[in-house]
Design a protein around this ligand. Structure first.
Ligand code: NAG
Ligand code: NAG
Ligand code: NAG
Ligand code: NAG
Ligand code: NAG
Ligand code: ZN
Length: 483
């Protein structure tokens, strides 16, 4: 822990050399610095049938990498606001091999978040995840639970669909993970995988942490059975220095694209570990008076487009990936898995569900409530609280009375957001309904399974760079300057 604090806080020469000492001390041991010295997990005893999976660079259940889908996760951090939302949607404007639109995960912090957009994001099949109430590192129990309550209360996301967490500044501890497991989250995605030695597929913490060990978390001696860790996969730049988040800020568009594609090819031609694109969309949205971010956004959009040209590439949420992890199938069988489908409700008129039900070109128009509290203003399909939400009181009561006109009813656990009418207090398709009408949103695509993909020519120059200790040393320094 002391090392982590030191490294992150200052990067002064003193800290620099204490990291160096650590590297030095490990020289000659069989384990690399990035991977754990204490992690041990027996795949024969830890099996998916009992919701256990050992950390490994190979696909689960012995799947041949050639038969394994190449998952790509695009994640967004911090508040959801109109301009950020628009940028995020442009990044996901690609189609998966089954014709369904790509999906992404948003780790949402509460300040400045427009909860009507949380609902829209979710209604389109994307994932809403927890990034704390106040955006603080080493978050308390309340920081985690308050954000979850607000995403449910004002964003209309069913509680059991909020399964993921990322720590602000990636500053998490063993206690954070314990707390998440206690609060019934399914996974954390705050750790980094920064070398070829710890590029693990997501795994359960039945035997503790196996990556990001330089933070000390691998030696913290805890076990969280059935709780998943989704490592964030770094991109190696041309000097073998890992870049984790907002890689587009760390070089020219051409350079970043090349590093990213090279790293992608290493995953694709290696163990098919998921590939990640982790952004703070605030860099990619226009603000008056700031430089036009369009070239940056274009470079990210083009990168995602060229990656997704390969026929076995699937751009998914972490929750979709989790479903696959729990029951891995070959790429050729993925199109028909229920969690990969894209169906939307067919409804006769607009209800406040985050979708454009009557195809008028607007979502929930004239149905949203505007909640104004000076600094925290947001729109929502649900009741405005009677006072600004706070850490200790994230969902204050409303002045509205149930049964009176205009009251909004919270989505119940047996109804999904897109079917729930919060004004009519009615589920248009619950578990007992027989007349749920869906529209399949899949589009025609040329990425049919079995044919050769048209893109992603394998780049012969993407040879594996040996990770020297110096590189690892720089790794530590580089990673801590990120979020
Ligand atoms: C992590 O967050 C806690 C609480 O905000 C803070 O005290 C600590 O200094 C942070 N550590 C790092 C390494 O940023
Ligand atoms: C990496 O690329 C940059 C920009 O193209 C170049 O200036 C630098 O010399 C390269 N470094 C290495 C180690 O190849
Ligand atoms: C769609 O619904 C909204 C909200 O009820 C309404 O204002 C609008 O006129 C409707 N548009 C069409 C084309 O039906
Ligand atoms: C409405 O409020 C009453 C009294 O507070 C409560 O008993 C009842 O369960 C509420 N109904 C709904 C649908 O929330
Ligand atoms: C599929 O391929 C055909 C012919 O190559 C092309 O005209 C069409 O635009 C492609 N469709 C899609 C959805 O990419
Ligand atoms: Zn953040």
């Amino acid at each position: 822990m002391r090392l982590w604090t030191c490294a992150v806080a200052a990067l002064s020469f003193g800290c620099f050399f204490s990291i160096f000492d650590l590297v030095h001390a490990q020289e000659g041991t069989t384990t690399q610095i990035s991977s754990s010295t204490s992690y041990s997990c027996d795949p024969a005893a830890c099996q998916l049938t009992s919701n256990c999976l050992c950390a490994s660079s190979s696909p689960p259940n012995g799947l041949d990498p050639k038969d394994t889908p190449q998952f790509v996760v695009v994640t967004f951090d911090d508040s959801i606001q109109e301009t950020l939302y628009t940028a995020a949607q442009q990044m996901l404007n690609v189609i998966n091999p089954n014709g369904c639109k790509a999906r992404g995960t948003w780790y949402v912090s509460m300040q400045y978040t427009d909860f009507s957009l949380v609902q829209q994001w979710y209604a389109q099949g994307n994932e809403v995840a927890d990034h704390t109430f106040s955006h603080v590192g080493a978050p308390s129990e309340q920081e985690i639970s308050s954000a979850k309550s607000m995403l449910h209360e004002y964003g209309g996301v069913p509680l059991n669909k909020i399964q993921g967490f990322r720590a602000p500044f990636l500053n998490y501890t063993a206690d954070t993970l314990k707390q998440l497991s206690k609060q019934q989250f399914s996974y954390d995605s705050s750790s980094s995988a920064s070398s070829d030695n710890d590029n693990f597929w997501p795994y359960t913490l039945d035997h503790g942490m196996a990556n990001d060990c330089w933070t000390g978390v691998c030696d913290a001696n805890f076990k969280l059975p059935g709780f998943w860790e989704f490592p964030m996969y770094a991109v190696m730049n041309n000097a073998s220095v890992p870049q984790l988040m907002d890689v587009y800020l760390s070089g020219t568009a051409d350079d970043v694209t090349k590093w990213s594609l090279d790293t992608f090819e290493r995953h694709y031609n290696g163990g098919r570990q998921p590939f990640g694109i982790y952004v703070h969309p605030t860099h990619l949205a226009s603000y008056p008076g700031l430089p036009d971010p369009k070239p940056l956004l274009d470079s990210v959009v083009n990168l995602i487009k060229s990656i997704s040209e390969k026929k076995d590439v699937w751009v998914v949420t972490n929750q979709q990936l989790l479903q696959w992890m729990k029951n891995p199938v070959k790429a050729s069988q993925l199109a028909n898995q229920p969690y990969m489908k894209c169906e939307q409700p067919v409804l006769p008129n607009e209800i406040c569900n985050g979708l454009d039900d009557n195809h008028s070109g607007g979502v929930d128009e004239s149905l949203l409530n505007n909640c104004n509290f000076g600094t925290s203003n947001f729109k929502t399909c649900f009741n405005c609280p009677n006072t600004a939400p706070s850490l200790s009181s994230p969902t204050p009561g409303s002045t509205m009375q149930n049964g009176t006109a205009g009251y909004r009813y919270t989505v119940p656990e047996n109804c999904d957001t897109t079917w729930w009418d919060p004004i009519g207090n009615k589920c248009n398709c619950d578990t007992t309904a027989t007349n749920c009408e869906y529209k399949n949103e899949a589009l025609p695509t040329n990425k049919t399974t079995g044919s050769d993909g048209n893109g992603g020519s394998s780049d012969a120059s993407s040879t594996l760079l040996p990770v020297s200790q110096l590189a690892l040393l720089i790794t530590l320094v580089a990673l801590v300057t990120l979020y």
